[in-house]
Write a protein that binds this ligand. Structure first.
Ligand SMILES: Nc1ncnc2c1ncn2[C@@H]1O[C@H](COP(=O)(O)OP(=O)(O)O)[C@@H](O)[C@H]1O
Ligand SMILES: [Mg+2]
Length: 330
């Protein structure tokens, strides 16, 4: 099957707090195509996790006003009663979180936790459970004996693999991985990313990979959406966006990838001057203006989507067209 596995349209999430309204996610539109790994990248606090939790029905609707739609299998998940959502969450769409320590129970073995997740959603005889767990562990690159071990006996990378085995135990169509490798050191990070790539092939998964790190996008993503201060700034194929970032924010993020700098003697990494805005006011114009080297008079109005062709869309009045890596590029 082709097409989109999940289609998010104009998603907004406003938290109603005692200090005021926090506009965490603003009119975000995003399609995840069947079989792709789609990166969602942006600085901490830009609304990536809130957006994902909204889609999965994990936000408290009394404290958070949610607008827009998120269509999965013909249904708008944002309108679905919790009873129906429970059938989808964990079974057809599963999620893994940044921190395995807080997501795995310290009191149960890895095998119990993987087996339970599968049993909650699939019908199979108790005797089959051990075999299923062993095959899931193997698929996640772990020895079947890992089933008998408790989380504290496992390294961070192994814990993250257990979480992934748990997440794919029900053959989900979509996996939302929220910063799955942030807590890991770089070599283990690469192994876990490779595991995601392999599983995508073997299980025909689609993946939404949330990260603040463009190096992770370069490593595994087919397409990528860049998010800034609750808004989407730019979406494109990952290779295209890394070579030709049209939004000044994407460009600045890409220049902060630390790859190969030590050897090339390129000097200290650039930083993006200024800070992300506070989210208590919804900006009238482009939210990146205070930090933007290209801002002009048009930016007082929020930019609409500009289609650059080939699925490359940018929200900017003054997009950049030169390669990010040409010597004269800013
Ligand atoms: N329950 C909440 N109440 C109020 N504000 C929240 C709540 N959860 C998240 N936020 C705010 O929403 C913004 C986006 O957060 P989040 O999606 O977690 O960012 P990230 O992109 O790092 O995942 C942040 O400013 C955060 O403070
Ligand atoms: Mg987050």
């Amino acid at each position: 099957m082709t097409g989109d596995v999940l289609s998010i349209r104009e998603l907004s999430c406003d938290f109603l707090t005692v200090e005021g309204i926090v506009y965490a996610v603003n009119a975000v539109s995003l399609n995840i195509r069947r079989g792709e790994i789609h990166g969602l990248v942006g600085e901490s606090g830009c609304g990536k996790s809130v957006g994902a939790r909204a889609v999965l029905g994990l936000l408290d609707r009394k404290r958070c006003r949610i607008k827009g739609s998120a269509v999965f299998d013909g249904k708008n998940l944002l309108d679905l009663p919790e009873r129906d959502m429970r059938d989808i969450r964990g079974r057809r769409i599963s999620m893994i979180f940044q921190d395995p320590q807080n997501s795995l129970s310290p009191l149960e073995t890895a095998g119990m936790q993987i087996g339970e997740a599968a049993a909650n959603h699939r019908n199979f005889p108790q005797g089959e459970r051990g075999r299923l767990v062993a095959s899931l562990l193997e698929r996640a690159g772990l020895h079947p004996d890992t089933a008998q071990r408790y989380p504290f006996e496992l390294s961070g990378g192994m814990q993250q693999r257990v979480m992934i085995a748990q997440a794919v135990s029900c053959n989900p169509e979509l996996l939302i991985a929220d910063e799955p490798t942030t807590a890991l050191d770089v070599t283990i990070q690469a192994q876990v990313l490779n595991l995601l790539k392999t599983l995508r092939e073997e299980l025909s998964l689609s993946v939404l990979l949330i990260t603040h790190n463009f190096a992770v996008v370069a490593e595994v993503c087919d397409r990528v959406s860049v998010m800034y201060s609750g808004f989407i700034a730019e979406t494109a194929e990952a290779g295209e966006l890394i070579r030709f970032p049209a939004h000044p924010y994407s460009r600045a993020l890409i220049k902060c990838i630390p790859r190969g700098r030590a050897e090339s003697g390129a000097g200290p990494l650039p930083v993006i001057p200024g800070f992300p805005p506070r989210l208590y006011e919804r900006p009238r114009g482009c939210p990146f203006v205070p930090r933007c080297p290209r801002a002009g008079s048009a930016c007082a109005e929020r930019p609409g989507p500009l289609d650059l062709g080939g699925g490359h869309v940018v929200f900017c009045h003054y997009p950049e067209y030169a390669s990010a890596f040409s010597p004269e590029a800013p």
